[in-house]
Design a protein around this ligand. Sequence first.
Ligand code: HMG
Ligand code: MG
Length: 300
Amino acid sequence: MNWPASVMIKEVGPRDGLQNEKVFVSTEDKIAWINQLSSTGLKYIEITSFVHPKWIPALSDAAEVAKGITRMPGVVYTALVPNRKGLERALESNIDEAAVFMSASETHNQKNINKSIEDTFPILREVVQQSLSAGKSTRGYISTVFGCPYEGIVHIEKVIRVSETLFEMGIGELSLGDTIGIANPKQVQEVLEVLLKRFPSDKFALHFHDTRGTALANILVSLDMGIASFDASLGGLGGCPYAPGASGNVSTDDLLYMLNGMGIHTGVDQEKLLSASRFIQDKIGRPLPSRSLQARGINK
Ligand code: HMG
Ligand code: MG
């Protein structure tokens, strides 16, 4: 096995985790939760999303959250940014990094951001350029890399084309999204084999939703192929409202448990993380999918 010595866990719970929740977690509770996350040892937290508030009402308080949290030195606080208007709002709120996003499949791109893939490229190019000019790092996401809820199979050529274009714009890291949790380890290996012939492994993060219980298996294959950056969501919260059937991200608690057991360093404190999971579970008011919470008997 060829596992990395350390892994960067990118916590997307406050964004991906909350964006699909029916319950509106109050701004005060979001801030308190992010502050708890900051003290767990996590070095990267996606705190919110500067998309149109009508499209994602759960995160309509993005600016208040970004301005209200206590910034821990050494932690990167990032947010989703779909367009120039979103970047203006994000810069006013002093985020550290802008994360742009689009899909490999045409229909999901259209449903999610109301544009064709071709029309999305110039919009994201402008966001990346302006964000870099403002001294912020940028990240890209590609959704539906392993399958689309509307189109089914997504051919690898589409993923290559969007990857090449986003890298050429200047993004620092590309997160490959299994938006509806449909990937299996063999498919992950096949997709990564193709992409890693074109781009270095340290340019990628993997973003697995755990709809069918394959996320940790997919991460194991990715680790073996040299990937050392993974998105995860506390308690296993998450999902895209514009991708029918999408459920939560791989749970940060379970990912950390697995990596700790494998001797892979993350710098994250398991107990503090579980306590932050319990906090958000209480606010959401239903048991969260995290097996680690269940194992502790606190997922009730
Ligand atoms: P649109 O309606 O096409 O926007 O939405 P528009 O550019 O035509 O503008 C219409 C109006 O909206 C204008 O106002 C704009 O100013 C305003 P008006 O002139 O009519 O008064 N507007 C905005 N206001 C605030 N913030 C903004 C903004 N942009 C325009 N940023 C848009 C296009 C992209 C805005 C919309 O489709 C949208 O917000 N979509 C977001 C959907 C979303 O957040 N999906 C979930 C995140 S992606 C995901 O979960 C996948 C991921 O996790 C990876 C994976 O799992 O695969 C990342
Ligand atoms: Mg996602």
